[in-house]
Write a protein that binds this ligand. Sequence first.
Ligand code: CTP
Length: 421
Amino acid sequence: MKHSKNDESLEARISPLAKKTIVLGISGGIAAYKACDIASRLRQAGANVHAVMTQSAKEFITPLTLQTMTRNPVHCEQFDTAAEWKPEHIELAAKADLILVAPATANIIGKLAQGICDDLLTTIILASKARIMIAPAMNPRMLEHPATQRNLNVLENIYRYSIIPPEVGEVACGDWGAGKMAQVETIVAEVTAELVSGRSLAGRQIIITGGGTREPIDPVRFIGNRSSGKMGVAMADAAYSRGADVTLISTVEVDRPYPVVHVETAFEMQEAVESEFDNCDALVMTAAVADFRPMAVSAQKIKKTESEDIVLELTKNPDILDLLGRVKKPTQVIIGFAAESEELLSNAAQKLHRKNLDVIVGNDITVPDIGFGSDENAVVILSADGGKENLPRMPKRAIAEHLCDLLSERFMEMEEAPVAK
Ligand code: CTP
């Protein structure tokens, strides 16, 4: 029997997590008893829940309780001879849509930040490509400790795990402060939102530019720059995995499942961007566009002459962002980049306003080992509404995920308070 649209929306309301597999990791803290409630609610919302317990978790609750709540076998041992031929950590890691660790102790947070996998749960997490959510629960002084704060920062900003912040209250040992695991309702709501809106850019048309333009001098030479195009690819990959209809316009050729338009010069880039701009929801210009090009391109290779000097006359290229910032519709979002060698904040802020951008991502090119050619960067993100966020050194893909978050938020705001088209 075929399902009608109405059946589907009814199922979405009753079982929003239908067909989703969640690995629920439980580490050894008193809040472990709440994992039973979390497991039960996730299962009632339609998810297939598999509980994985650390050894210390078993001091607080029994596998049997969790088995009853999840209606699935509970996994505890890393090396289980009775298991199927395929190791459990690979099997569960592969089938999980999301892994939630609740409660997450300071110990497991530390291990995950270091990539240590000495039990089934940490091994599953390291072996999985699923979204990871962490609900810390510990004594307030342990949470405050710089080691825990650093580890949480690594998980959140470098590995892009979602941290469900602990609450302030009286913890099990009688101390008062931040450290109580978030409420079960909050955790279940966050997990549901994550799984339901994982494709938060679905249907959005997003143009991304990347690489450095090459301005020809003659048939063999060009004026170029150090841009590797990695930020553009990271941004396009991130937006694509969130369901966006991505077009990458780049000077660097890459093989991707979305359209990649290869261009060389600023003019070609301008033409390609302008031909798509009218229909797009967002433009993200990571490209390093040459500001000048040779006035004339020699048809023949320029030969060495008797003279010691040669003069190359340059003329200005169009500023693609500046032009499009002027015609941008209120429903469109434009993100620009600014690579600066001095006065990062003020230069980036000036470009944000001058080019009528929604967001600008600035980076200091004098910092060694990051930025051009590297897989990592450290940036400051300025928004037209006054927002400012400093992202420490992290993979370009992690920066791209931050930008995707910003885009989804912006689109959501537009839906809530529609702007004139
Ligand atoms: N940009 C552009 N067209 C140009 C130059 C830059 O669209 N001709 C875009 C870049 O893709 C980037 C942003 O503008 O997103 C800022 O580029 P940048 O080179 O830092 O700024 P400029 O405006 O060129 O200023 P300057 O080179 O003087 O720092």
